[in-house]
Design a protein around this ligand. Sequence first.
Ligand SMILES: Cc1cc2nc3c(=O)[nH]c(=O)nc-3n(C[C@H](O)[C@H](O)[C@H](O)COP(=O)(O)O)c2cc1C
Length: 327
Amino acid sequence: MFDSAPLLALAPMQEVTDGAFWTLVHQYGGADVYWTEYFRVHSTSTPEKKIVEAITRNTTGRPVVAQMIGNDIPELVRTARFLQQLPVAAIDLNLGCPAPIVYRKCAGGGLLREPQRIDAILGALRDAVQIKFTVKTRLGFAAVDEFDQLLSIFGKHSLDALTVHARTVAQMYRLPVHYDRIRQAVERMPCPVIANGHVYSAEQAQELLTLTGARGLMIGRGVIRSPWLFNQIRQQLRGEAVTLPTGREVAAYIRALWESQAGADRPEHKQCERMKKFLNYLGEGVPGMFLHQIRRSQTAAEFHGICREFLDHDRPMALLPAELTAT
Ligand SMILES: Cc1cc2nc3c(=O)[nH]c(=O)nc-3n(C[C@H](O)[C@H](O)[C@H](O)COP(=O)(O)O)c2cc1C
């Protein structure tokens, strides 16, 4: 799977990239591989049923990578042994989550402060995982220079792929993204490297592949914003003109998202809140007061009325964040 280049992966995103979202993204061309939300691993954990079901009911026909987060070696091994019995292409370890509640427990991005512990975890997991084993990391906890030592550790463990979100944990989601460090990983790692961080357009995706030499791209928020992005990247890489969605097509995507996320007994205002999780990203790409108004909506009628007001047109929409439209 990691041998086909360039590989386009949907990033794992907690409370976003569930099975329903994979199914929807797939209708727009989809990713070559889908990462699960992370399975939390600790002494009393059992793999989250909802994520297991996303794997077993995967409708995309494309491979799935199961991600774990945690730091307890026997528990990680126990969970990996269970997960590898499911229809997954690889087991992935999260070394990047910047949420304080996670990193303070020395999991996710917090582990980047303890490289020796990472070394031990990777050794144990590599022994236990009989299918492909991958890591998704940030560059370090506080400083990008930490990446040098991390790469030495990652290089020891016969990983099948390394995904690099080219920011530190301390940076959270702020710019800049240090793409030069992805190039460094490509040069030093014996396995394929997947580049991640702040990709929003097909042009930018192509530039990043050229700049870094990465085997593939993992994209998160850019796909929530525009599920057309994977196919646009494929068009760009084939040298074709990139097709932009019209306002009405964007409105239809939002409607499909609403339907895919509607729980039978979820009250309207809760459904609006759920939709805001997605529209916080998409809305940044819609000019005017769209996002401002969506954030205030409480009912289905208000929500869909705002979509009609701003998106009932046939003009092409690039759906770019402000800093990319300015250039
Ligand atoms: C809402 C949200 C949830 C996320 N959850 C996870 C997760 O469960 N596991 C993980 O490795 N990264 C997670 N991430 C990080 C993304 O996978 C990705 O590395 C990051 O968003 C940068 O890529 P992007 O700029 O293409 O979004 C999450 C990001 C967001 C915005």
